[in-house]
Design a protein around this ligand. Structure first.
Ligand code: FMN
Length: 330
């Protein structure tokens, strides 16, 4: 469904070429000061316009519809939206009959019996991540001194990637990438095993971002090739500091007080400029076609801030759960 979280509950809505993209945050404590300017930086980090990203550039002006009074959260649902102004819905008519390989055109059409808004991928557009950014800014504020930072490790397997990105673009093709996220300052014991373990909640929300192909914590898939003596993280002080961090800062589904580290694999954009083949549902033939519209040659370039936002949302919820559980147990 379109909501995530137990106590810090985020519900997202909107379509790429519809009126707006928005978020409702339920469970936001009263009294948190929020100014529009505080959202500008993260919204700008997600924007298109740079080399390798979409030429669709929107103003991304946030508007609050509810839950904010005199600059502070009221304790009732906070609703925030960003309008879609720069839309080109006619670019997507073709994909009603020829679904783009790799996009949600086919699956959404079948699932929703043809009632889906197919314009720009509708609800399955990367544009929906604006809702995560808005909630992420609020969550980051709630997390206070806990810092979350994401960066691109490579694009298409290389770093620096400028020339390979340029080549892919000249060929009308696309590239993916790997993004690493690090969280500093988490106390020990955040996470609610079994099903709300910290890695389950982060993986859940990160995998909800469109176009994600994998996630690994700490040593990740390499752990399967290591011996226990190499993968174990020796504890070297009473606060739980370890001399290495193969667990990525998590043991038993709880944060262990070390840096939380995970990497996310982002797929190459499916909407490429090259001619492709797909099934035409109108004619019943496999046909050649080319995609119109404005697309990122590499949306991994715009995704670090989205992963930070998703992480902040999951952690804000888990922090609230931990403090509620503590209150009860005391
Ligand atoms: C920030 C961001 C921007 C994206 N931009 C595009 C794009 O321009 N063109 C495109 O085809 N897919 C884009 N995507 C990916 C699609 O939304 C995604 O591939 C599609 O919804 C299908 O979902 P899936 O890849 O998870 O199966 C973007 C994703 C993100 C996170």
């Amino acid at each position: 469904m379109n909501s995530f979280g137990t106590l810090f509950k985020v519900q997202i809505f909107g379509e790429s070429h519809g009126e707006a993209i928005g978020v409702v945050i339920d469970g936001l404590p009263a009294g948190l000061s929020l100014r529009k300017e505080e959202f500008s930086n993260d919204l700008a980090r997600r924007k298109g316009g740079a080399t390798g990203t979409t030429s669709r550039v929107e103003e991304e002006q946030i508007e609050f519809l509810s839950g904010l009074f005199n600059g502070k959260s009221t304790g009732t649902p906070l609703t925030a939206i960003v309008h879609n102004r720069n839309t080109t819905p006619l670019d997507y008519e073709l994909h009603q009959s020829i679904p783009r390989p790799g996009h949600a055109d086919f699956t959404a059409k079948i699932k929703h019996h043809g009632n889906n808004d197919y314009r720009g991928g509708g609800h399955h557009s990367g544009r929906l991540t604006i809702a995560l950014i808005m909630a992420g800014v609020v969550a980051k504020k709630l997390l206070g001194a806990i810092s979350i930072h994401s960066e691109i490790l490579h694009i298409g397997g290389v770093k620096p990637w400028d020339s390979s990105l340029q080549k892919a673009m000249e060929e009308g093709d696309s590239l993916g990438g790997v993004i690493e996220c690090r969280v500093k300052g988490l106390p020990v014991g955040i996470g609610e095993p079994f099903f709300n373990s910290i890695e389950s909640m982060i993986a859940h929300i990160v995998f909800s971002i469109p176009g994600i192909r994998g996630i690994e914590f700490g040593d990740g898939f390499k752990a399967a090739e290591m011996k226990g003596s190499a993968h174990n993280d020796p504890i070297i002080s009473s606060d739980g500091t370890t001399s290495r961090n193969g667990a990525g800062g998590i043991n038993g589904g709880f944060s262990n007080g070390n840096e939380l580290v995970f990497r996310t694999a982002i797929k190459p954009t499916c909407s490429i400029g090259k001619e492709q083949e797909s099934y035409n549902f109108a004619t019943g033939n496999i046909e050649k076609f080319t995609i119109k519209g404005r697309h990122d040659a590499c949306f991994a370039l715009r995704t670090p801030v989205v992963i930070e936002a998703a992480t902040a949302i999951a952690l804000a919820d888990l922090m609230m759960l931990a403090s509620a559980a503590d209150t009860l147990s005391r």
